[in-house]
Design a protein around this ligand. Structure first.
Ligand code: BGC
Length: 736
């Protein structure tokens, strides 16, 4: 029994060793004697960032062979969108709306990480992001709690499998609990002020879904939520997470965020920070070094009665049972013989390529500019500072880049049609550097791409000449990978540097221009109109191959935006699920100076083919409280080629104990249809889908009300039907 083993171990631990199990330290470099000594003394329970398998084994040997009780270390790492095989960034995976692909992607990441000796990832990031100024939007699933919950659960299943401790899997740690995405002004780390109904209906659901899917860990957020730092927030961690939701895994702080309870003007000193974090329910403290550890004070705090040993024991128990479940006592070391086979598995690269193809969102395609027919093209100009940048193609949160095997867009196009078509290249302009570099830029392995420095004026002229001389131009523009992610918030959405000038100059040639946007937030093109726009996010290791397959029509885009793509930054925040106003007709006309709706709505994405929705039908005209209803719709592929469509179901509640948004996503299916094929999609709308947190009742409610169901291709879908929710349906329904 796991519990018995844990109790036996716990009973043998000294106070200092108990505190040690709660201590997680960064290991940036190998052979750190100070760290070795701490591990040998039983003062470290977990290590993060180190991922060199022989160093992991060396550290583990110290824990197992030299520490008094031989308790193995837990090794954590930010496996965000791949380990060796890099998948598209998480927001891109969410844009695929393909839960199987998302699960399969994180299963590959888990297999590679576990082969290297890692046990635990600080992922998925499930923070809802409704302000694209916030750079970390790239790490999540966008603005919607329903999509976010489905994606969160799929990722947890991918990382962990069906249960913690399965071979080739790692512990998932949804983060950052909670509300981090609502950072004031979109400024990373700033405070979040979130009402109770927003927390319950919007920000919590993806965490709840991840926990229901079995996530073993939860990371607490850095920032202050409604005036209380998240890491010291007992209501969040103990009452909600461990209490209401019954979370049985362990919690970890963000880097130094327990110690930083002092920085937040919350804790008086390091000891107070330790006491209050433990009281809040924080189990493990992630520290940059022993000097910034609040939990070092725990033995003293127990001894003087400030914190109870029972609270300390609860935290230690949660961590020890995770180590037991992971099988670390039986197999603490890395099987060095398996590593290469797992990391070099060609199936992993193939999965990354298909995932990238599924993630692309076609935003514009005038006169069927895409797909390109290579047989009809003599030459293609590939232009842009991101067209041949392997580092940027991978995106943020990639530490160990294998740049030589990363396929850039230029390379992908050359590989696909180089023998047939003349492919010429120019960076067009330089990629500018950040005005304020982030600490990430200085981290080994996380560094910025080597920039091609050119004279922008001369290079734009050269690019225009290439475009004029070619049959078609593929422009690859956007933000460099270090302009998005942690500590990468932004106050404008324009193309950095001189890219807009380049775009306009190339469009002015009058030749077909295919714009590939490498970005994870809405980019403001200031009305420029290339022939086609394909959002390719940061597509990962196989990005260029996926792009080539897509622009030449081997793969048909079917991704959909997981956020509203605003016209200008002044509109932010603009979630699609807004409340009605007293002038509903003008809801998208609130600014006198520009159209106020999204440029591309949530759920939007074009295809090379076309789909028609018809025959929307409900299984019943009314349901009782607590009952489910089925919604069916027919979809026909009316175009010329096979393609994927993401059918989306939205609901609108007419009246209730509290006001509800104009529409909310409550179902989706990604389906593939051959040209001319019709299929029926079956949505199950459950009572759970109709239940929400009412600020009026301060409780979960399902109202007797009327609900409009809308089904279609994006969040502006108009095909609709109405049903009622009544009391006591089960009794009266037959005679009604
Ligand atoms: C980030 C976390 C990450 C941690 C460890 C922090 O700065 O907020 O998301 O897991 O670092 O790398």
């Amino acid at each position: 029994m796991i519990a018995d083993r844990v109790e036996t171990l716990l009973s043998q631990l000294t106070l200092e060793e108990k505190a040690g199990q709660l201590c997680q330290l960064f290991a940036f470099t190998p052979n750190n004697e100070e760290l070795d000594a701490e591990i040998a003394a039983g003062r470290v329970g977990s290590i993060l960032v180190m991922r060199d398998p022989s160093e992991l084994d060396r550290l583990q040997r110290i824990a197992v062979e030299e520490s008094r009780l031989g308790i193995p270390l837990l090794f954590g790492f930010d496996v965000i969108h791949g380990m060796r095989t890099i998948f598209p960034v998480p927001i891109a995976m969410a844009a695929s709306w393909d839960l199987d692909a998302i699960e399969a992607g994180q299963a590959v990441a888990a297999a590679e990480a576990r082969a290297l000796g890692l046990h635990w990832t600080f992922a998925p990031m499930v923070d809802i992001a409704r302000d694209p100024r916030w750079g970390r939007m790239v790490e999540g699933a966008g603005e919607d709690p329903y999509l976010g919950s489905a994606v969160a659960a799929a990722q947890v299943r991918g990382f962990q499998g069906n249960a913690i401790g399965q071979p080739g899997r790692i512990i998932a740690g949804p983060k950052h609990f909670a509300g981090y995405g609502a950072a004031l002004g979109g400024r990373d780390y700033d405070e979040a002020e979130i009402s109770d109904h927003e927390l319950r209906n919007i920000y919590f659901p993806p965490f709840k879904a991840a926990i229901d899917a079995g996530a073993g860990n939860v990371m607490c957020a850095y920032m202050t939520l409604n005036g209380v730092p998240a890491t010291g927030n007992r209501w969040l961690i103990t009452d909600i997470l461990k209490g209401e939701w019954g979370f049985a895994g362990f919690t970890v702080s963000d880097a130094n965020s327990a110690f930083d309870l002092t920085t937040h003007n919350f804790a008086k000193d390091s000891a107070d920070a330790g006491a209050r974090a433990l009281h809040a329910g924080l189990d493990m403290e992630m520290s940059l070094s022993t000097r910034s550890s609040a939990y070092r004070n725990l033995p003293g705090l127990v001894a003087d009665g400030t914190v109870s040993e029972a609270a300390l024991d609860d935290a230690v128990r949660r961590i020890l049972s995770m180590k037991v479940k992971m099988g670390l006592f039986e197999e603490p070391y890395v099987d060095q013989t398996r590593i290469d086979g797992v990391l070099n598995d060609p199936a992993h690269r193939a999965a990354a390529r298909t995932a990238a193809e599924k993630s692309f969102v076609l935003l514009r395609n005038e006169a069927a500019a895409l797909p390109l027919n290579p047989a009809a093209l003599g030459s293609i100009a590939v232009i842009g500072p991101l067209a041949d940048s392997a580092r940027d193609t991978l995106g943020p949160w990639v530490f160990d880049q294998n740049l030589s095997e990363t396929v850039t867009v230029l390379q992908g196009i050359k590989d696909a049609v180089g023998g047939l078509v003349d492919v010429v290249y120019s960076p067009g302009v330089s990629m500018i550097a950040r005005l304020n570099p982030s600490f990430f830029d200085a981290l080994p392995g996380f560094d910025v791409a080597p920039r091609v420095e050119v004279d922008d004026n001369l290079e734009i002229e050269r690019a225009v000449a290439l475009a004029e001389a070619s049959d078609c131009t593929v422009l690859v523009l956007g933000e460099a990978q270090n302009m998005t992610g942690e500590a990468a918030s932004r106050s404008t959405f324009d193309l950095p540097g001189r890219q807009q000038d380049l775009l306009e100059a190339v469009i002015a040639t009058g030749k077909p221009v295919i714009l590939l946007l490498m970005a994870a937030r809405p980019i403001d093109l200031k009305g420029a109109q290339p022939s086609a726009i394909l959002n390719i996010w940061y597509p990962g290791t196989q990005g260029g191959a996926a792009v080539a397959n897509t622009i030449f029509g081997k793969s048909v885009p079917g991704g959909k935006l997981p956020f509203n793509w605003v016209r200008s930054i002044g509109q932010v925040p603009l979630p699609y699920a807004r409340m009605n106003t007293h002038q509903p007709k003008d809801i998208d006309n609130r600014y006198w100076n520009e159209q106020g709706g999204a440029l591309y709505p949530f759920g939007f994405g074009l295809s090379y083919t076309a789909f028609e929705y018809s025959n929307l039908r409900l299984s019943t005209a009314w349901v009782g409280l607590g009952e489910d209803i089925r919604v069916q719709v027919d979809i026909t592929n009316t175009g010329q080629c096979a393609g994927d469509e993401v059918a989306q179901l939205y609901i609108h509640q007419h009246h209730g104990s509290a006001a509800r948004p104009v529409r909310m996503l409550k179902g989706f299916w990604r389906v593939r249809l051959e040209a001319g094929e019709t299929t029926t999609i079956d949505f199950a709308l459950t009572a759970h889908d109709l239940t929400y947190w009412s600020s009026a009742d301060r409780n979960w409610v399902q109202d007797e009300t009327a609900i409009t169901v809308m089904v279609g291709t994006d969040s502006t879908a108009t095909l609709s039907a109405v049903f009622e929710v009544r009391r006591n349906a089960a009794i009266f329904k037959d005679s009604d």
